[in-house]
Design a protein around this ligand. Structure first.
Ligand SMILES: NC(=O)c1ccc[n+]([C@@H]2O[C@H](COP(=O)([O-])OP(=O)(O)OC[C@H]3O[C@@H](n4cnc5c(N)ncnc54)[C@H](O)[C@@H]3O)[C@@H](O)[C@H]2O)c1
Length: 243
């Protein structure tokens, strides 16, 4: 049972079929929002939509606004990890695929949510960046670049739409137990094991987070409790970014 912290609000959550996105949907719904999960992958109550396809984004967002009268919350959660290799080994098509989902997808969904938020007097957009958008690293350099772009897109959009009542904030998860995180340390190679060990050594709390740890941060930023918060970056990372 929730406490109605987002009671009556209409929320779209991209990448809502599994992992962090699914948990965000659960928590927002528990706190009273009407939640529309969208994803490339099928799932219970999930609408099919690829965040990289502008027509699909526009059609789904228009349909949600027509059905529920408004879009109050957008959580730009869909994301992929991309190539796990140094910059000089990455293919152009791998770069394009990663930036298409992790950067262009955030922009397209923001673009079409803002259209509706402007017409109803405001809203809250929460973008999933990462601790990898705060600092660099050698294993997934393009992911760092993409998540860094999400961090600054957030601040630019926050500045742009503040007067129109649209708040835009980013959340920066540390290592969270999902399929995506497993893929970075997968394979059983000594290199992957060393990477996983380094991640835990760099995390003062010494363990991975759960999707709920991120979902409750999103809930706060999405809710009116954060009415004076825009352009902020919330690290939820077991202390990773504190040291
Ligand atoms: N898990 C972590 O440790 C971690 C850490 C930092 C940031 N993040 C970020 O959190 C977000 C969620 O990560 P997760 O771990 O839950 O990942 P996940 O892989 O478990 O889930 C991602 C979801 O996004 C969907 N998706 C991917 N591409 C899409 C597209 N083009 N259009 C629509 N949907 C698409 C997938 O189908 C999937 O359901 C991502 O943006 C990720 O970069 C995750």
């Amino acid at each position: 049972m929730g406490n109605g912290r987002v009671q009556g609000k209409v929320a779209i959550v991209t990448g809502g079929a599994r992992g962090i996105g699914a948990e965000i949907c659960r928590v927002l719904a528990e706190e009273g929002a009407t939640v529309v999960p969208v994803d490339m992958a099928a799932g219970d109550g999930v609408r099919a939509m690829n965040v990289t396809d502008e027509k699909q984004v526009a059609d789904v967002f228009d349909a949600v606004a027509a059905e529920y009268g408004r879009i109050d919350i957008l959580v730009n959660n869909a994301g992929i990890i991309g190539p796990i290799k140094p910059a000089h080994e990455v293919e152009e098509k791998e770069f394009d695929a990663l930036f298409s989902v992790d950067v262009k997808g955030v922009w397209l969904c923001t673009k079409h949510a803002v259209r509706h938020m402007l017409s109803t007097g405001g809203g809250s957009i929460v973008n999933l960046s990462s601790i990898n958008g705060l600092v660099g690293g050698s294993r997934i350099p393009l992911y760092h670049s993409a998540k860094g772009a999400v961090r600054l897109m957030t601040k630019a959009d926050a500045a742009t739409y503040a007067k129109q009542g649209i708040r835009v904030n980013s959340i920066h998860p540390g290592v969270i137990e999902t399929e995506l995180a497993k893929s970075v340390s997968a394979g059983g190679s000594p290199e992957a094991a060393a990477h996983a060990q380094r991640q835990m050594e760099a995390t003062p709390m010494g363990h991975r987070g759960a999707p709920a740890d991120i979902a409750y941060g999103v809930l706060y930023l999405a809710s009116d409790e954060a009415a004076f918060v825009t352009g902020a970056e919330l690290a939820v990372d077991g202390g990773f970014s504190a040291v």
